[in-house]
Design a protein around this ligand. Structure first.
Ligand code: GLU
Length: 601
């Protein structure tokens, strides 16, 4: 079902520039025609795809004014901080993957939130019980708030590869925050789902529950505090946060969350100090790379598990001919490859500064062959299956001997965007505040929510007999699943793709890639296709659109299926022949996304 698009409440002179498709809803009297919210657009001169039409429009305007893909990505991300404040914003972190056309290299920025220096392995153990805190008590607390990495990511990306200053990249989003956007059903429903915890924090209640209730669909939502915050950050630079007054306010808020007197929950104080902000650095990480059927697939290295897990699963799938298989067998292999890759991810991937991640082994063809030979074409494995040993030598088909871990829980929020410019530069960028609504703590007077990313750490080892690479530690980055991915063909970009969805991000990216590269689907159909997700859990999650015959055939091979109403919200783009670019977003998930190109045609 399509929803009314978000759009400028006023102004936006440039909004008409791309109106080639009919808007999904009629304009309010006195407002300009809304930017069309379409899931697919093909044309020239650059492209943007995001979950939100205002954000996509702002990115396209930057491109039209001569900005490059990096400028557009930062401007789009800042706009998402306005219209998707429960998934993205300067209170969070993320991973930025960039193809630089001039040097023909893929570069990445790890802008993951980081644990404060005072955080130890037992930070999420309740001293009163000696047991891990209930998950929601971890989320709704200052303890869950990691040092934000998003402002530093924007500054680094612009400084290294962009052409405009931070102020210019933030300006359109500041204007959007000041003028407001029209509330759609997704925003209302996300607010309603968070209502009781938002109601516990005074500045969150004041901002997101006007009159004590979620904003009404069709009303205009303004965030003047965020507009001022963006403008001040544009003027002062990001050290205003990392070394300055905004940082002191963030620390004060984390240490003493502004809880309402009538709050239903206790928000534990967090551990962040101003020194943690001053010590924060984004990391220039080498991307992961695998070769897949003649293409090069680049992804995000640890601290995200995205690149290694998507890469390992693709390496496993490369050992079989997915093209020649019937739908059931191809789906079975996709699920089993993902199951195996997740067993290894859960056992081995954490922040590489703290744990020895066997990245080379996880991404080697020899290890993939060992893992692939465990797949029974006729029968699903029973999870949790044990991890393999990614160290060489690889010797055929070793039986797994270890203990499999139960699947750790991860929140489902986040957003992903892609941009490309006329020079052939490409960005795939995932940013997040973790859960939808993050920690629920808004910095007073600043208009943005703080993340709860540190709940991506294991609160305690899933199995005390098995080492857990993802326990908290001072200065450590919690393991992520974010998988912004760029595919090159003969050294030139072919596809960029990514998604939100916690650990399902990995399976969404994997399914879109195999759909496009192996199963004969165009990119729009590969994105729209009904999703299945197997993450070394007892059940495989399936969306309602998975056909009955396929379900029955999978069950006959031993798969246990569990409904999941919606998996992921992908954005993607593909370079077609004759310099055309196809921007792709979701037709329906999360109310549908927004794809645009600079010159449609
Ligand atoms: N915290 C998750 C991760 O880093 C992202 C949250 C989500 O996408 O839902 O993988």
């Amino acid at each position: 079902m399509k929803e009314a698009p978000r759009r400028w409440a006023a102004g936006a002179a440039a909004a008409a520039l791309l109106v080639t498709a009919s808007p999904a809803a009629s304009a309010h009297p006195g407002t300009p025609a809304p930017f069309p919210k379409v899931p697919v657009m093909t044309g020239y001169g650059g492209a943007v795809s995001s979950v939100d039409p205002d954000a996509t429009r702002i990115g396209l305007e930057v491109l039209r004014r001569g900005g490059n893909a990096v400028d557009a990505a930062v401007a789009t991300a800042a706009a998402l901080g306005v219209t998707e404040p429960y998934s993205a914003g300067i209170g969070g972190g993320g991973y930025f993957v960039y193809y630089d056309a001039r040097s023909r290299t893929v570069r990445t920025i790890d802008g993951r939130e980081t644990a404060p220096a005072r955080m130890t392995e037992t930070a999420f153990i309740d001293p009163a019980t000696g047991k891990p805190l209930p998950f929601d008590q971890g989320v709704n607390s200052g303890l869950s708030v990691g040092v934000p990495g998003t402002p530093a990511t924007w500054a680094r990306a612009l400084r290294e590869w962009g052409t405009i200053p931070l102020r210019q990249a933030l300006d359109p989003a500041a204007e959007l925050a000041a003028r407001g956007f029209v509330v759609d059903e997704t925003f209302r429903a996300q607010t309603a789902a968070n209502q009781t915890r938002f109601d516990d924090i005074v500045p969150t209640r004041d901002l997101f529950l006007p009159g004590g209730q979620p904003p009404v669909v069709g009303s205009t939502f303004r965030n003047p505090d965020l507009a001022r915050t963006y403008r001040e950050m544009g003027r002062n630079g990001v050290d205003w946060l990392y070394k300055g007054p905004l940082g002191r306010e963030v620390v004060q808020t984390v240490k003493a969350p502004p809880v309402a007197p009538d709050a239903d929950r206790v928000f534990r104080p967090g551990l962040m100090e101003t020194g943690d902000l001053a010590a924060y650095r984004v990391l220039d990480q080498k991307p992961t790379r695998i070769d897949y059927r003649g293409l090069s697939i680049y992804g995000m290295a640890p601290s995200s598990s995205g690149g290694t897990t998507v890469g390992e699963a693709l390496n496993i799938l490369e050992t079989v001919d997915l093209r020649g298989m019937d739908q059931t067998t191809a789906t079975h292999y996709y699920l089993e490859a993902s199951r195996l890759a997740f067993a290894d991810r859960n056992r081995y991937v954490g922040d590489p500064k703290f744990v020895d991640v066997p990245q080379r082994g996880l991404l080697s063809d020899g290890f993939a062959k060992e893992r692939a030979c465990l797949i029974d074409p006729a029968k699903a494995a029973v999870s949790p299956i044990a991890p393999g040993d990614p160290a060489p030598p690889y010797q055929g088909c070793p039986a797994a001997t270890g203990i499999g871990d139960a699947e750790p829980y991860e929140g489902l929020s986040t957003t992903h965007l892609v941009t490309a410019d006329r020079w052939g530069n490409v960005v795939a960028y995932n940013l997040t505040i973790e859960q939808t609504g993050g920690s629920a703590i808004t910095v007073p007077g600043r208009g943005f929510l703080l993340n709860n990313e540190l709940t991506d750490f294991s609160f305690a080892p899933a199995n005390p007999a098995v080492p857990d690479p993802n326990l908290p530690a001072p200065g450590k980055r919690p393991r992520s699943s974010m998988s912004p991915t760029i595919v090159l063909q003969d050294g030139k970009p072919l596809i960029a793709v990514g998604s939100p969805g916690g650990a399902t991000i990995i399976t969404t990216v994997l399914q879109v890639l195999t759909g496009r590269l192996d199963r004969g689907l165009g990119l729009p159909d590969a994105v729209a296709a009904a999703r299945l997700s197997q993450r070394n859990g007892a059940a495989t999650e399936v969306e309602p659109g998975v056909p009955a015959e396929l379900r029955a055939a999978l069950i006959a091979r031993g798969h246990v299926l569990r409904e999941n109403p919606e998996i992921g919200a992908a954005t993607a783009l593909e370079f077609l022949t004759r310099n055309r670019i196809q921007a792709v977003a979701e037709p329906t998930r999360r109310g549908g996304g927004s794809a645009g190109v600079v010159w449609p045609g």
